[in-house]
Ligand binder design. Structure first.
Ligand code: OGA
Ligand code: MN
Length: 292
C-alpha cells in the first residue's frame, strides 16, 4: 500500500476496446491526490487519450490540472486575430458561437479534418486538453486514431521505405480550413510554411514508435518529387485513419478529454451551425523536438 494513501481511492480506468482510449471514473479533477495523478498519467501513456466525465471546472481549474502534466503553451492566435481569452493566455476557445458578428472561438461548425495540434511548430505541444462547456444536441463528435497502431499496421516493405524520411507539417491552414494569422495562403506543399519532423517518431516517455503525419493538406515528404510524396502520403493516411482503429467521443457537458499529440491524430464531425458548441482547450509544452 502507498504510505501516504489514507482514504480509499475510487479511481477506475475503463478501456474503450479500441487500440486507444480509456475513460477514467471516480475523480474530481479539482482535487487529485498524488496517487490518483500517477494512475491518470499511467493510463494516458498506456491509452494515449483519456476521458473524464461530469467535471465542473473554471478556467483556473482547467489550467491547474493541465499544469500537472507540464508547463503550458499559450493558445495559438484565433481566427479573428484575437490572441486568447482575456486574462487566460493558455486557453484556446473552440466554438462556433458569434458575439457582435464575430466568432468567440475557432474551428466554426464544419468538419475539422484529421490532424495533430500545432505540429507546424518546431516544438509542438505534447498534449491537449479539451473541456466541454456547451454541446449541440447532435453532431460534433471527435474521433481519435492511434499512431503507434498505424505504424505497427504498415506492411514490412512500407516500414522500410518510410524509415529516415522527414515530413513537412503545414502552417498555412488550421484544421477547420481557415488560413492562420499572418500567412499568405499557398497550396504548393513544397513551398508552404511549416516544420519538418521525422515521419516515424519515438515517443520520449513510452519509447514506442509511431507515424507522425500532422495534417494531410500541404504535407510533403522532403526530397521526393511531389507526385511521389503525394502517393506515399495517401497510402500512409489510408492506413492510419481506418475507421475501425479510431475511438470517438460523443460529447457531454462536463467532459474533459486529454490526448497525446505525439502518438494520436483527431478530427471532428460537423454540426448544425445554428446550435451552440463551446469548449476550452489547453496545450501542454513538450519542450523538445519530435525525434526519430
Ligand atoms: C482541438 C480540436 C476538435 C473539436 O481543439 O484541437 O481539434 O472537437 N477540436 O472541436
Ligand atoms: Mn485539434
Amino acid at each position: 500500500m502507498h504510505p501516504t494513501t489514507t482514504a480509499q481511492s475510487a479511481i477506475k480506468v475503463l478501456l474503450s476496446g479500441k487500440p486507444i482510449g480509456a475513460e477514467i471514473h471516480g475523480v474530481d479533477l479539482r482535487t487529485i491526490s498524488e496517487a490518483d495523478f500517477a494512475t491518470i498519467h499511467g493510463a494516458w501513456n498506456d491509452h494515449s487519450v483519456v476521458l473524464f466525465r461530469g467535471q465542473q471546472l473554471t478556467d483556473e481549474d482547467l489550467i491547474a490540472f493541465s499544469k500537472r502534466f507540464g508547463a503550458l503553451d499559450w493558445a495559438p492566435v484565433q481566427e479573428t486575430g484575437r490572441r486568447f481569452v482575456e486574462g487566460y493566455p493558455e486557453i484556446y476557445v473552440v466554438s462556433n458561437v458569434m458575439v457582435n458578428g464575430e466568432p468567440i472561438g475557432s474551428l466554426g461548425a464544419g468538419e475539422a479534418t484529421w490532424h495533430t495540434d500545432m505540429s507546424y511548430l518546431e516544438e509542438p505541444p505534447k498534449a491537449s486538453m479539451l473541456y466541454a462547456l456547451e454541446i449541440p444536441p447532435a453532431g460534433g463528435n471527435t474521433y481519435f486514431c492511434g499512431m503507434y497502431h498505424a505504424y505497427d499496421s504498415l506492411p514490412e516493405d512500407l516500414k522500410r521505405r518510410v524509415e529516415g524520411m522527414m515530413v513537412k507539417h503545414d502552417g498555412t491552414y488550421n484544421s477547420g480550413g481557415y488560413v492562420r494569422q499572418g500567412v499568405t495562403p499557398t497550396d504548393d506543399p513544397t513551398k508552404s510554411p511549416g516544420a519538418y519532423h521525422p515521419l516515424v517518431c519515438t515517443h520520449p516517455e513510452t519509447k514506442r514508435r509511431g507515424l507522425y503525419l500532422g495534417c494531410r493538406r500541404n504535407a510533403y515528404l522532403q526530397g521526393l518529387p511531389l507526385a511521389e510524396s503525394e502517393a506515399l502520403l495517401d497510402e500512409l493516411w489510408a492506413i492510419a485513419t481506418r475507421p475501425e482503429f479510431a475511438w470517438h467521443n460523443e460529447w457531454q457537458v462536463g467532459d474533459v478529454v486529454l490526448w497525446d499529440n505525439r502518438c494520436t491524430m483527431h478530427r471532428r464531425d460537423p454540426f448544425d451551425p445554428e446550435s451552440r458548441r463551446v469548449l476550452h482547450r489547453t496545450q501542454i509544452k513538450s519542450g523538445a523536438r519530435p525525434t526519430a
